[in-house]
Each structure stands twice: as structure tokens, then as C-alpha cells.
Design a protein around this ligand. Sequence first.
Ligand SMILES: NC(=[NH2+])NCCC[C@H](N)C(=O)O
Length: 209
Amino acid sequence: MHLAPYLQGLGIGASLIIAIGAQNAFVLTQSLRRNHHMAVAALCALIDVVLITAGVAGVGTAVAASPLLRQGAAVGGAVFLAWFGFGALRSALRPGILEADRAVGDGGRTSLRRVLGATLAVSLLNPHVYLDTVVMLGGISGHYPAPERLSFGAGAATASCLWFFALGGCGRVLAPLFRKPVAWRVLDGSVCLVVWGVALSPARQAWAG
Ligand SMILES: NC(=[NH2+])NCCC[C@H](N)C(=O)O
């Protein structure tokens, strides 16, 4: 294991993942509801590990080289983020509609299958996930010689695991704050703005172009 590339992978992986977006908002919501939150965190971490491995193995370079794949991902991603943001806007404007869903604690649990299905959707249909793992981390890892590339990938995978388990576990601490409906409205409103901002961001369009 090479320490310097490992730490670089850890730092770059963390800085890419920490910004709030659709996936983080979803994990945080399940954590606040204690809705199979550790299974959700584990699935997100697992998906990251698999995609980072693919990126480090060279898939990212191939995707970036294909205009068709890039544009397909960009259009699909914008549609997904627009739809996800619309859901957040709806619950910010009419918090009552999701009341049962939003109960803090054990009141709002849905079946494990449904929650894991939603986790897969919010991860695998989300362009940010591929951009971070396959394209960015995969692309940066290409600058290292092979053994150091593996250490870089291991560092990035460590960042993902630490982040998702921390986010999944933090609901217990934040739960008292989210007993007030207004806190959910603020969270949902911010998520809507951020997600729509990402859907329209010039960086994403440049990537598509
Ligand atoms: N490494 C990742 N899984 N990145 C994608 C998720 C990160 C992004 N901030 C979000 O919450 O949507």
C-alpha cells in the first residue's frame, strides 16, 4: 500500500462526495426516519466501491471518450434530477402529504425491499454517482502508475465507506431538530434548489458538450 496516493484518494473522494445532492439527501432522510438506514448506507458504500473499482480499471477513460455515452448520461441525469427535485419541492410546499413517511423514529418505516429499491434508483440513475466514481476518480487514478493507482482507489473507496456510514448514523443526533415540520420543509426546499442547480449547471452541460 502506498500512503501518499491512498491519502490523495481519500481526500479527493471525500471532497467529491460530501456536497449535498440527491444521494446524500436520501441517505440523510432514511437516517432521520431510522428507516433501514444502515442497510441504505451499506448499499451506497458498496455501489461506490464497485464503481470506483471500475473507474480505476479504466472504464472512466472509455466513457469520457464516447460522445454518445456522455450525452446519454447527461440527458438521463438531467431528467432524473428534475424529477427528484420536483418531489422535494412538492413535500416542501405541502409537508402533510408525506406525513406518515416522514415520522421521525420508527413510525415511518417502509419495507426493506422498497427502501433498497429506492436506494438503487437514487444511486444508479444519478449522474453524480458515475461522474464522481467512474469519471473523476477513474480519470485522476490514470495519472498514477499501476500499484499506486490501486492505493488511490482504495483511499477513495475508504472515503465513501466512512462518509455513508457517518451520514447513516447521524440521524440519531439530528432527530430532535427534525421533529418540527418546518425543519423538513427547509431541508426539502434546499434539496430542491441544490438538485435543480446541479441539473442546470454549466459544468454538466460542458461535460455533455
Ligand atoms: N461518490 C458518490 N456516490 N457520489 C455521488 C453522490 C454525491 C452527491 N454529493 C450526492 O449527494 O448526490
